[in-house]
Design a protein around this ligand. Structure first.
Ligand code: SF4
Length: 281
């Protein structure tokens, strides 16, 4: 198996939970932990790249199998020529271990136990000690106690949260993300996540039927971020993404990337809040 920059196939190694991807931007390998092999999420984002996405939560995690797969993967990285054989030159380093998969990872009841297990495994490979942990989450469950325990483990293990925030009004979040709970809970959960662990906001901006997000939506999004900051929460910054890979949802034909100049102009408005912003188009 040779990893390609454009190939994020989560079945690449035939494992249930663990999959490697290589990132051109990070110039390194990311080990993904997919806690949703059932392709189930509590949201339905129009741009979601999960094929056959269903509504639901992660199934019970087989912690023994996850540990076995992760150990095998880390052994390969440290004690074999796996990198030389499978990863393009210039990217042969482990950049991070990411809780990111075919659904919302924090919907797994065992999420805190999984984070603790991954930390323990990393500690068993001293040469991988600087590797950071990343939780890629829609943030919808941060108010739950088991998720908060997971975030505490994450923060203790050089981890960070990437919290999805694509808009600032109930109507937009319902249409764009399938989030029926709304903006107030988004705001509270973002502030809570930021108190528990270093937190980046991840934001997708795209054109839908040729139209960028309406100005009132951008204003509501900026106001929400501003209130979180004014409330004393520290945010690491914002990762602003464009539509780089095709959606697997029915809306796919109606979605298109925004002009890079539009993305930069929006990034500047976020920077005006005092936040660092990275832009990927
Ligand atoms: S939160 Fe993530 S996995 Fe869930 S629908 Fe949105 S993009 Fe897909």
């Amino acid at each position: 198996m040779r990893l390609r920059f454009d190939d994020h196939d989560r079945d690449a190694l035939g494992m249930t939970y663990v999959y490697p991807v290589v990132s051109r931007r990070a110039r390194g390998v990311s080990i993904g932990i997919n806690l949703n092999p059932n392709n189930a999420c509590n949201w339905r984002c129009v741009y979601c790249q999960v094929p056959d996405l269903t509504q639901g939560k992660a199934p019970p995690v087989d912690l023994a199998l996850l540990e076995e797969e992760l150990t095998a993967m880390l052994e390969r990285l440290v004690h074999s020529d796996w990198m030389e054989r499978n990863v393009p030159e210039g990217s042969r380093r482990l950049n991070d271990i990411a809780f990111s998969g075919n659904g919302e990872p924090t919907s797994a009841d065992a999420f805190p136990e999984v984070v603790a297990l991954v930390r323990r495994k990393l500690d068993a490979f001293p040469s991988l000690a600087p590797t950071k942990l990343v939780l890629i989450t829609n943030g919808s469950l941060v108010h739950l106690e088991h998720v908060q325990r997971g975030l505490v483990h994450l923060a203790a293990g050089r981890g960070e949260v990437w919290f999805k925030l694509d808009g600032g009004t109930d109507a937009f979040l319902a249409r764009f993300n399938g989030d029926r709970v709304g903006a107030q809970r988004r705001e509270r959960n973002l502030a809570l996540a930021a108190r528990l662990a270093p937190t980046w906001v991840q934001t997708m901006a795209l054109a839908w039927n040729g139209e960028p997000p309406p100005e009132r939506e951008r204003e509501a999004y900026l106001a929400l971020l501003g209130r979180v900051l004014a409330g004393g929460s520290r945010l690491e910054g914002v990762h602003l993404y464009g539509l780089a890979r095709p959606s697997h949802q029915v809306e796919a034909p109606d979605l298109s990337p925004l002009d890079p100049a539009w993305m930069e102009a929006f990034a500047d408005r976020i920077r005006a809040l005092g936040l660092e912003v990275t832009v990927s188009v």
